[in-house]
Design a protein. Structure first.
Length: 886
């Protein structure tokens, strides 16, 4: 087998609403072979992965997959289930998988849900290797592969503290996005977004973090505030450490100046020899070393979030309990087999590592690893009580004395942290600190694992407290999202909606085929209709409304760039792109584009084109029933059966009546605006723009805008300024040129229909179709053009998309000759040269319609010919209005 391609779809996608990994797999010599045809394969597989017995598969019950194995199933399907089982063994279990024929013999798309992206990518590759090994009856290092997967997961996934905050946000319905491979995470969208990095929030003051990172400065500020801290100082060499031992008096603590997680910390040192050894250990972690008095007592960690104590835990150092039989070393091994302990932060507790600090501590206590402790004897293994070194936590939140609560809240204020972990040493947290207690450290970015997973006591949801600080109950975390998809008209509809939304005075972020816009300014040019472009909008804190053109390609390749939209618009679904990305028929396109409608939130609105039967069927799909959505239709026909039926059921619809756009709900109608007031419709001649306007009005009304504001905004929506490249009309001398992005049969047909009503005695079409369309689409487009134009110039895109130069033009030529033999045509590959030729031959009253690949070169040609937009040529508009009313 050979992996042809592997990628992740992190957003809701056509396979699953959860993130998935997609692997295109070529089965090679296993093509058409079934599981039972390989002698011994099934037995070897089930021996290595007995958990496969629990896989339901299509049967919907345990042993379902086993039945498929014995009945016979293809190896792509086997790889899918092996990958799912490997996620279970690696500690990131998922249930969803799917294997689909990829459109070519031997190729299959294997899709598996993921919780850990990098880890699941590794496991999917491992699944292929494992199946191949078992087919060949070779051994396979399963344990080693799972160990490697766990290492990848630990290294690349969010740590326990960040994960706890993210889970709390998800519980509240707050969207999140991971912004790097570390712990930087965005919560919320646009204007309402907040960022965290582990437990540091964007509201956390940098100066507070700097102070907390400077242990000596922290002590000094607390001391000034009359808060008890240990006496001590900072040293850089061994002699200075010994001098401080004499000055402070024994015992002392030695720790790195800027260390963390208890690394290099030694407590209760009494002799110069102990100080020397501890100094060298601390020196390995930092250039400067702290020597301070040792405070006798119990160690506590207090969490303060938003100025309030939210959790408290007593921390106990790593330890074992004797049984009178086993050595300390054996007891450590046994404790590390505790299922709650794992490597690093992968589980509630961390495995105990025997390092130099453990050996040093045991030596100070007069113990060795080979000693056998008495039954029930508690043997501590190190000084510090950090969970990261094997310690445990006991929740004491309900026991903390009110004076200690006030003290800790004051400490957070003094240091200037809205999230902090305060380390106290005192005799009993339930009593006031009094004499003998002290503040040992104040930590910015404190770990919160101990509070979520205490070994004893009630878990405390500190992650939720942090989310509550960032998003107090009732405060928003989302901006309105309007998503637009379809075959034709989606860019114009997106631009219209964005234009109308901007009339509210809010900052609109918009993605379109020609670029990303924020506040009306293009920040990036190009086709930006995929999830990455959506992220650009949703990650910008200035954006108050998102209007997202959402194209097929991005949906198929990466899924959606958001979780839920408030409004979705589907303009139409036509048989474009068949033959691409595994799309074989119109039903595939309906399925893909329906995702945009499915991912409308509960109570949101889906705007659909009643004039397109492919769109009308979308609401009946079972997946549409998962949330309650309002369906709104639009149509160019007031008496359309779908519209009439929908209104009879009390629904809302928009339609054309006596050249006015009407909003109707049940039996109530309201005139929104006359079509002639919308410049891009060319007084209703451009019916496709009338449809786009109705879709836009429906979306803006769903958002809550008034009829009057929408009408005023659309009156100012000019073709050349606000909708470049979409049926833009220019006057050149005594003739006209229309520039349009049409590139499929339906867009050609719409323009041809409009051209019949334009003030022109001859209409010339400069036509071409992208090279990645199949031959049927290319031929159909040519036939439509042959009927719709008086003469043709066949051109080709510079990007032939895998076709040989001249191949598309030849297909179109043959189709034109076969459809309308008398039609005048010529072939000029370069679209700018084709336009220049047409302009040289331009007759008075002629209209040249050019379907472009790149708009900038076309506009440069028009500029050289002193072309003027029709919207600035009053006479042309008057003439067009009179023609439109004939």
């Amino acid at each position: 087998m050979r992996i042809h391609e592997i990628r992740t779809l992190p957003g809701p996608n056509i396979y699953n609403y959860k993130p998935v990994v997609l692997m295109k797999l070529h089965l090679e010599d296993l093509t058409e072979k079934e599981s039972y045809e390989i002698p011994g394969f099934i037995d070897r597989l089930l021996k290595l992965l007995p958990g496969l017995h629990d896989h339901h598969c299509a049967a919907g019950r345990p042993y379902g997959f086993i039945e498929r194995l014995y009945e016979g199933t293809y190896f792509g399907h086997i790889v899918e289930h092996v990958a799912i089982e490997l996620t279970v063994l690696a500690g990131v279990p998922v249930c969803f998988g799917k294997t689909l024929y990829a459109g070519e013999p031997g190729y299959y798309d294997v899709v598996v849900e993921y919780k850990a992206e990098k880890g699941t990518l590794f496991l999917l590759r491992t699944a292929v290797e494992l199946v191949e090994a078992l087919v060949k009856n070779d051994s396979f290092p399963l344990e080693e592969k799972i160990r490697q997967a766990k290492q990848i997961i630990t290294k690349t996934e969010l740590g326990p503290s960040t994960r706890a905050i993210v889970e709390a946000a998800k519980e509240r319905g707050i969207p999140y996005m991971r912004l790097n491979e570390g712990s930087l995470v965005q919560l919320g969208y646009g204007k309402y977004l907040r960022r965290i990095q582990a437990t540091i929030a964007d509201s956390t003051k940098a100066i507070g973090v700097d102070i907390a990172g400077d242990k000596e400065l922290t002590k000094r500020l607390l001391d000034v505030a009359a808060i008890p801290v240990p006496r001590g100082g900072v040293v850089t060499d061994e002699q200075e450490a010994l001098d401080l031992l004499k000055e402070i008096g024994k015992p002392v603590v030695i720790k790195p100046y800027d260390g963390n997680q208890g690394r290099g910390v030694s407590l209760c040192l009494n002799t110069p020899a102990e100080v020397r050894r501890a100094f060298q250990l601390a020196k390995q972690e930092a250039e400067r070393v702290i020597v301070e008095e040792y405070i006798e007592g119990r160690h506590y960690r207090i969490m303060v979030v938003g100025g309030q104590v939210v959790a408290a835990a007593e921390r106990l150092p790593a330890h074992v309990i004797g049984d009178g039989k086993h050595t300390i070393e054996q007891l450590i091994t046994r404790e590390n087999n505790n299922p709650l302990r794992g490597e690093g932060h992968e589980k509630p507790l961390t495995k105990i590592k025997v390092d130099e600090l453990v050996l040093s501590y045991l030596a100070r206590m007069g113990r060795r690893l080979s000693d056998i402790p008495a039954p029930d004897e508690l043997v501590y293994l190190r000084d510090n009580a950090n969970l990261s070194t094997g310690g445990i936590a006991i929740d004491v939140t309900s026991s903390i004395h009110p004076e200690n609560v006030r003290l800790c809240e004051r400490i957070a204020t003094v240091i200037g942290l809205d999230v902090c972990g305060i380390d106290l040493v005192l005799k009993d947290i339930s009593q006031p600190m009094g004499e003998g207690g002290a503040v040992i450290e104040v930590n910015a970015a404190p770990g919160i694992r101990m509070h979520h997973f205490p070994s004893v006591g009630q878990p405390r949801n500190v992650g939720d407290a942090i989310v509550e600080m960032l998003f107090p109950k009732g405060s928003p975390s989302r901006i309105p999202i309007v998503a637009i998809t379809g075959t034709n008209g989606k860019t114009t509809t997106t631009r219209m909606i964005g234009h109308v939304m901007m009339a509210t005075g809010r900052t609109v972020g918009m993605t379109t085929t020609d670029g990303i816009y924020i506040g009306g300014t293009c920040i990036k040019k190009g086709d930006t209709t995929g999830p990455r472009s959506a992220h650009t909008i949703l990650c910008d804190p200035s954006v108050e409304i998102a209007v997202l053109e959402t194209a097929r390609g991005g949906i198929v390749r990466s899924g959606l760039g958001y979780d839920w939209a408030d409004v979705a618009v589907i303009t139409n679904i036509q048989p474009d792109h068949i033959g691409q990305d595994g799309i074989e028929e119109i039903e595939d396109l309906i399925f893909i584009k329906s995702l945009v409608a499915e991912r409308v939130r509960d109570g949101g609105t889906v705007v659909l084109n009643a004039d397109d039967p492919n769109v009308v069927e979308i609401p009946s799909h079972p997946r549409m029933k998962k949330t309650k959505k309002q369906i709104v239709y639009f149509s160019l026909k007031a008496d359309h059966p779908v519209i009439m039926r929908h209104l009879a059921e009390g629904g809302t619809a928009y339609f054309l009546k006596n050249d006015w756009i009407i909003e109707a709900c049940g039996d109530t109608e309201r005139a929104v605006m006359p079509v002639e007031d919308i410049p891009v419709t060319m007084y209703g001649v451009a019916q496709f723009h009338v449809a786009n306007a109705m879709a836009s009005i429906a979306a803006c009304r769903a958002y809550g805008m008034s009829h009057e504001r929408i009408a005023r905004a659309l009156t100012g929506f000019r073709s050349d300024v606000h909708n470049p490249g979409r049926a833009n009309l220019y006057q050149v001398g005594q003739g006209y040129v229309m520039v349009d992005y049409g590139h499929n049969p339906d867009s050609f047909a719409a323009i041809c229909k409009m051209a019949q009503h334009l003030p022109a005695h001859r209409v010339t079409g400069i036509i071409g179709v992208p090279g990645d369309r199949n031959n049927v689409i290319v031929e159909t487009a040519a036939r439509v053009a042959a009927h719709g134009f008086h003469r043709l110039i066949i051109k080709e895109d510079k990007d032939t998309r895998g076709r040989a130069r001249g191949e598309i033009a030849e297909i179109m030529r043959k189709a034109v000759e076969a459809e309308v033999p008398e039609r005048e045509y010529r072939i000029i590959y370069d679209e700018c040269e084709a336009l220049e030729t047409a302009l040289k031959e331009l007759e008075p009253g002629e209209i040249v319609i050019v379907f472009y690949e790149k708009i900038e070169p076309i506009l440069q040609v028009l500029q050289r010919w002193n072309a003027m937009s029709v919207s600035t040529v009053g006479g042309a508009l008057v003439k067009m209005k009179s023609i439109a009313k004939v």
